[in-house]
Each structure stands twice: as C-alpha cells, then as structure tokens.
Design a binder for this molecule. Structure first.
Ligand SMILES: Cc1ncc(COP(=O)(O)O)c(C=O)c1O
Length: 358
C-alpha cells in the first residue's frame, strides 16, 4: 500500500536491506560463536564482566515500556516506538531517512531547538525558515504555503528556548494541510512539564505525524542518552532501516527500564511537580526586578527572560559562577537569557546575583 512515507522516502532507503547483525539473525543453541564476542567477560570493575555480549539489536522491551508510558492507559492503534540515543539521534535519523542531500528541504520555525537546522545542513539538506510570530506561535499560513516543497517540518512543543506550548489548533491545521506532502515532526522533549498538551494520540488520525521524546529532561537522565521516536508503522519501517545495529547499550536499557517502571514514573512525576513549584516561585520573584523587561510564560524546566538595557546579564551571572544560556545571537531574542530551573538554593543564589546587578 502506498503511504506518504513510502512516497517521500528516497529509492535508496526504500531498497535498503537492514544490516544483518548477529543478534538480528539470532538462532537457537547453547554455544554462541556467531558475533566475535569474548565468550567469557573480563572484569574491569563496575560490573563490566557482564557486558561481553552485544545487546539487543533493537531493545523491544524498552520501546514497549515507553509506548505504555506515553499512552498512560489510553488506546491508540497503529503506533510504534523506537528507542534511540537521545532525541538528537531521532532528529538525525529522520533527516537521513527521508531527505536526499543537495535536493530536499526541511522546514524549521526559529527561535527553536538548533539541532533541526544543524542535522539538516550537516547532511546538505536545506533548512527553510518560517520564523515564529512575536507571540512565539506558528505562522500557520506561511508554513502551509511552504509545505509542498518540504519533506519534513520540525515543530517543538513546549518549545526550546521560548518555553511556550504551540497552540493545538495550529498543529491540527498544519496536520490537515500536510497529509499528502510532508511529515510533521513534533519534538516533545519537555512534555512532562505540560503532559496534557501531547499530540501523540493524533498519530492514529495523521500517520504523517512523528513525535520525538527523551529521558534527558524531566526523567533527569541526560547522561544516559536515551530518547524515543513514536510513529505510525508506515514511517517506522523506514527509520528502523537506518538505525545503528545496536543503538542502546545494555546499562542504558537497564537504567531506562527502571525509570519507566511504575515507581520510576511516579518518582519523576513527584520531582516534576517540585520543579514546577520552584520555577513558578522564581518567575514570580524575578519579574519584580526592575531590569527585567519580560519573563516569558514557561511550560518547561527553564525560563526565558528579556532584560532591559544594552548590557547582557549573562556575563554578570557568569562572573558570579552562574552559567546560563545567552540567547543574544538570535535577533528575535536580543537581551534574552535562558535559565534552567535548578534547586531552590540555586535559584535563590541566581536571584540574589541578579539583585546585585541592580
Ligand atoms: C527541544 C529539544 N529536543 C531535543 C533535545 C535533545 O535531547 P537528548 O538529550 O535526548 O538528545 C533537547 C535538549 O536540550 C531539546 O531542548
């Protein structure tokens, strides 16, 4: 059956036979001499002796557990999950699966996460920009006008670095307009901070929708490098062809499975609620400072602040050992600094440093 994904995917990927790793070929036996591994492990400490065998070629248990977590008891037909090395790998995989260098285009809506543009351009795929409006919402008519020439559209909700959720009706309008032309990728890296706004359920209705997730943010596992791609099987079949033979290291799979267990998810939710309380307290405090022009509403674990005056507050904080993210390189975000929300103590110290500037 012809699908949008099968029309968009380059012939070379369509005809690609996935790499036949030893684990993928499998087999039955009691002596395993098929993968050039060491039959006995070598112990270097840290439990290393148990890692002499290659991991699962695709960690299905992890993908299934993530799918169950992301649906939270809801039923969605025709939805698959793929575990990858962080959301960044998901972005890269989508570009490499569906775009041809020097020929295809993707759409991005800055200010947004810079990796969409970087991954496209590093693969010699042009990233056409349709900037966000002044209220950081999508310019829907302009996006719709550009859809026919783009294989992928990258959206981020809640968006980094602006912190806002993209309006659901705009995403719907774009999904309606893109069904026969473009895959719409919604990066939900920060979704745990605004869980009701997920568009994951819409994949059943719009098979051209792909959702990207990560354990790096609310789950607090940035160093583990574990992300997920959620998509219709018609899309996933092509992406899975390009995935590295053993994308997830065993220790990563084990830690991620624990995080996605019932107790793990409950712990993440408690921690998220505390972080939101600190974030809202910090926003309330910081917006009283005279040098603060705007504190943008945040549905994430960071706050975007626009300061008054020509000087950048970023270096003032840096001089006091507080490292934040300067956004001044983006013309739409001049005088803006993005501050991640840390512990109450860290935010108090940041607040005091800002007061000193006054
Ligand atoms: C919107 C967005 N997507 C993806 C990522 C990268 O996530 P990961 O650590 O899973 O690669 C980030 C990290 O800052 C992000 O802000």
């Amino acid at each position: 059956m012809e699908t949008l994904a099968s029309r968009l995917v380059p012939e070379a990927v369509k005809n690609l036979i996935p790499y036949q790793s030893a684990r993928r070929i499998g087999g039955q036996g009691h002596i395993w001499l098929n993968a050039n591994e060491l039959e006995q492990g070598c112990d270097y400490g840290e439990g290393s002796g148990a890692y002499h065998r290659y991991p699962d070629f695709l960690p299905h248990q992890l993908a299934e557990r993530y799918l169950a977590y992301s649906l939270n008891g809801r039923e969605v037909q025709d939805l698959e999950a793929l575990a990858v090395r962080g959301a960044d790998e998901a972005i890269d995989l989508l570009v490499r699966t569906f775009c041809q260098p020097g020929r295809d285009k993707v759409l991005v809506c800055p200010p947004t996460y810079a990796m969409y543009e970087f991954c496209a351009e590093s693969f010699m795929v042009e990233a056409v920009k349709v900037p966000l409006l002044d209220n950081f919402q999508l310019n829907v008519p302009q996006i719709c006008a550009q859809l026919p020439q783009a294989k992928l559209l990258f959206l981020c909700s809640p968006n980094n670095p602006t912190g806002n959720v993209i309006r659901q009706e705009d995403i719907h309008a774009i999904l309606e307009a893109s069904q026969s032309s473009t895959l719409v990728v919604v990066d939900e890296a920060y979704i745990e901070f605004a869980p009701d706004t997920t568009v994951v359920d819409l994949i059943a209705q719009y098979p051209n929708l792909v959702v990207i997730r990560t354990l790096s943010k609310a789950f607090g596992l940035a160093a583990v490098r574990c992300g997920f791609l959620l998509a219709d099987p018609g899309v996933m079949t092509y992406v899975a062809r390009l995935v590295a033979p053993y994308p997830i290291a065993d220790p990563v799979a084990q830690i991620s499975l624990s995080a996605l267990s019932e107790t793990g998810v409950a712990r993440m939710r408690t921690q998220t609620a505390s972080l939101i309380a600190v974030r809202d307290w910090f926003i309330d405090q910081v917006q009283q400072l005279p040098m603060v022009e705007t504190v943008y509403p945040s549905a994430t674990n960071f706050v975007l602040i626009r300061f008054r005056g020509p000087e950048c507050i970023y270096s003032h904080l840096l001089d006091r050992g507080i490292v934040t993210r300067n956004q001044a390189h983006d013309p739409a975000l001049n005088h803006c600094v993005r501050i991640s929300v840390g512990s109450k103590n860290s935010m108090l110290e940041t607040l005091n440093a800002l007061k000193e500037y006054n």
